[in-house]
Design a protein. Structure first.
Length: 164
């Protein structure tokens, strides 16, 4: 998954937490105020229970705080708790994502090799040495063969051949 998609998902979840807590605080405040008519028209109703828009809490707080300050303090605390929960979720998710990428192999990610990696390197180095030794041995045989056949094909001490 691309990092941009992770960030968009994380931002969406944080916004969802904040909106849900604000909406919950609005509904709690409406219930604490007795679902009075002065709160205005609900957005819609579920089984006869009025559901208000999430930001109505702030309108009511401005208009009616003098009449019920304790209710609005508690409703505000519920909404603020959603902001804190959203921020906490973002921090925890960022730390988790950073720890998830422990074995990064990009520039600037130098680290000590693990024991398993050292053993694998030794095995591949031994295989490389074996292949190199075989190559040298085969090359030596080829040189021996050529040195035995070459004078017959191209005599080195033939004065008729101009080598300049």
């Amino acid at each position: 998954m691309f990092p941009a998609k992770i960030y968009v998902g994380q931002i969406t979840i944080v916004l969802g937490i904040v909106v849900a807590s604000t909406w919950g605080a609005t509904q709690w405040t409406a219930a604490a105020l007795g679902l009075q008519q002065r709160l205005g028209e609900p957005w819609f109703a579920i089984a006869g229970y009025p559901v208000y828009l999430p930001w109505r809490l702030f309108e009511w707080w401005f208009a009616y705080e003098a009449y019920a300050p304790e209710i609005f303090e508690e409703g505000g605390a519920i909404a603020a708790a959603g902001g804190v929960a959203g921020a906490l979720f973002a921090i925890v998710n960022s730390v988790w994502r950073a720890r998830q990428n422990q074995l990064v192999t990009t520039y600037g990610s130098a680290r000590w090799a693990t024991f398993k990696e050292i053993k694998a390197a030794e095995r591949s180095e031994q295989g490389y040495r074996d292949r190199l030794l075989r190559f040298v041995q085969e090359t030596d045989r080829a040189i021996d063969l050529l040195s035995s056949v070459l004078p017959e094909i191209w005599p080195l001490n033939d004065p008729t051949i101009n080598r300049q």
